[in-house]
Write a protein that binds this ligand. Structure first.
Ligand SMILES: Nc1ncnc2c1ncn2[C@@H]1O[C@H](COP(=O)(O)OP(=O)(O)O)[C@@H](O)[C@H]1O
Ligand SMILES: O=C(O)C1=C[C@@H](OP(=O)(O)O)[C@@H](O)[C@H](O)C1
Length: 174
């Protein structure tokens, strides 16, 4: 990989960061780190529980700490959709990772996450608030992404293959 920078997958809830990270983990020889999963393991709490008992800000601190650990580690990091809400995380993603935005339309996300409010506390809102959250974040993903991959209408395998091709490109450029 170019500069030994880790790869970060970013994007809104439901864009496929977790599932595509898992496919990449099977196909490639370097580790895949899921930030949400790491935080749940370390705190021994679900994300839902963390939001209920500790609050969103506390969770954002933990996300920042987790991201910081994986700089220059040559790993693939699947982030949580809100990691870009903190400026420090945005700077880190822009400067110290190769960051791939799994860009997905709001309509597609609505379909994918139908019935998944329980595990994602911020998806448990009226539709217009969800749409606003989505719109507010679009420009933040754009600020930090080095690559943008549209995911609407494309299978997870296709998307993972495109990412693998990108990584091969890094190897041949090295
Ligand atoms: N490209 C895709 N096409 C169709 N469904 C997808 C795609 N990527 C992810 N999904 C589905 O959307 C849901 C959320 O995916 P997930 O990987 O958990 O997203 P994230 O980690 O970004 O929140 C899952 O049910 C997953 O199977
Ligand atoms: O968008 C967000 O603020 C969040 C996204 C979730 O991750 P996914 O994007 O993997 O669903 C998880 O980190 C938490 O529920 C908050």
């Amino acid at each position: 990989m170019i500069n030994m920078k880790s790869i970060a997958l970013i994007g809104f809830m439901g864009s496929g960061k977790t599932t595509i990270g898992q496919i990449l983990g099977k196909e490639l020889t370097y580790p895949v780190i899921d930030v949400d999963e790491q935080i749940e393991k370390k705190t021994n709490m679900t994300i839902k529980k963390i939001f209920e008992t500790k609050g969103e800000n506390w969770f954002r601190e933990k996300e920042g700490e987790e991201l910081n650990k994986w700089v220059d580690q040559n790993v693939i990091v699947s982030t949580g959709g809100g990691i870009i809400t903190k400026e420090q995380n945005r700077n880190q993603l822009k400067e110290q990772f190769n960051t791939i935005w799994l860009r997905t339309s709001f309509e597609e996300i609505m379909k994918r996450l139908a019935g998944e409010q329980d595990t994602r506390p911020l998806w448990r809102k009226p539709v217009e608030e969800r749409r606003q959250l989505f719109l507010d974040r679009e420009s933040l993903y754009k600020q930090v992404a080095h690559y943008i991959i549209w995911t609407d209408g494309r299978s997870q395998d296709e998307i993972a293959q495109e990412i693998i091709n990108l990584l091969q490109l890094y190897k041949t450029e090295k």
